[in-house]
Design a protein around this ligand. Structure first.
Ligand SMILES: NC(=O)c1ccc[n+]([C@@H]2O[C@H](COP(=O)([O-])OP(=O)(O)OC[C@H]3O[C@@H](n4cnc5c(N)ncnc54)[C@H](OP(=O)(O)O)[C@@H]3O)[C@@H](O)[C@H]2O)c1
Length: 256
């Protein structure tokens, strides 16, 4: 399937977990992809993923970009890498704001450093990167997909910073959909339920067990490809009439 042939995408947090799966799915459908990551230890993962993408039948290109998106200067580094990759006239069609972190602490325990860690990436990072990339989007029909969480509409003890940052993304998604639709651009959000990645290891086990028990589809957690395919559909021309929406990808655990 080459629905995304000729498209250029940026996926943040694409070194591992959900972001790596999203980048691979977009590339499988023909998109060339910039993969952002932040840890030195993930450089090899990104190199391996680039090699995998380069061998796909659709012949997409891929490029890594090491950047800390929780820093104000992060988006400038993405633009510089984009220039180096595509030239200053290069345009992107798809942005997946996936990079995110969580802190598992109660209200009593959280401090300003925890707030900064979560909000500076999940909320501010998404705002600043999307804003910086606005002039770099194609003339029409672009796709912005924010990755939230079912936690954004739930009350999970010990996860208030994370859940509230994901709720903030929903507000951004709706307002940006209202602002950017004039040229056919859509802005949507995917809220995954639990998926086995490194992040899930830090979520309190009782929350995940409760979610599995209450998940109508097979009482299990989701898989990376199940989320990646939803994102790829939202990135495709087939979703042109969907904007400002938040999709729960949770096997029915959260029904919107
Ligand atoms: N897994 C789940 O169950 C689940 C459920 C609901 C929602 N989500 C959401 O899905 C997204 C991906 O989650 P995941 O489980 O795949 O997470 P993950 O395995 O922990 O991967 C996080 C990714 O974000 C990158 N990242 C972390 N801090 C960054 C920073 N300061 N600047 C730039 N990139 C940074 C990491 O890069 P490095 O590898 O370089 O560190 C990595 O690529 C997150 O937004 C998360 O909230 C996950």
């Amino acid at each position: 399937m080459t629905t995304l042939q000729g498209k250029i995408a940026i996926v943040t947090g694409a070194s591992r977990g959900l972001g790596a799966g999203m980048a691979l799915e977009l590339a499988s459908q023909g998109a060339s992809v910039m993969l952002t990551y932040t840890s030195d230890s993930s450089a090899k993962l990104v190199d391996d993923l680039i090699s995998q993408i380069n061998q796909l039948p659709a012949n997409p290109k891929a490029r890594g970009c090491k950047v800390d998106l929780s820093k104000v200067r992060g988006p400038g580094l993405v633009i510089a890498e984009l220039d180096a990759w595509l030239g200053p006239e290069g345009r992107i069609d798809i942005l997946v704001n996936n990079a995110g972190v969580e802190v598992a602490k109660t209200l009593e325990e959280i401090d300003v450093a925890d707030y900064d860690k979560v909000y500076n990436l999940n909320a501010r990072g998404t705002i600043l990167l999307t804003q910086a990339l606005l002039p770099r989007f194609s003339a029409a029909n672009n796709r912005i997909i924010n990755i939230g969480s079912v936690g954004g509409r739930s009350g999970f003890a010990g996860l208030s910073l994370y859940c509230s940052s994901k709720a903030a993304l929903e507000g951004l998604t709706r307002c940006w959909a209202a602002e950017l639709g004039g040229n056919g651009t859509t802005v949507n959000q995917v809220n995954p339920g639990p998926v086995q990645t490194a992040m899930l290891d830090n979520i309190p086990k009782d929350i995940v067990d409760m979610q599995k028990k209450q998940t109508p589809v097979q009482n299990r957690v989701g898989t990376v490809p199940e989320i990646a395919k939803v994102v790829a559909w939202l990135a495709s021309p087939a979703s042109s009439w969907i904007s400002g929406q938040v999709l729960s990808a949770s096997g029915g655990w959260a029904m919107y």
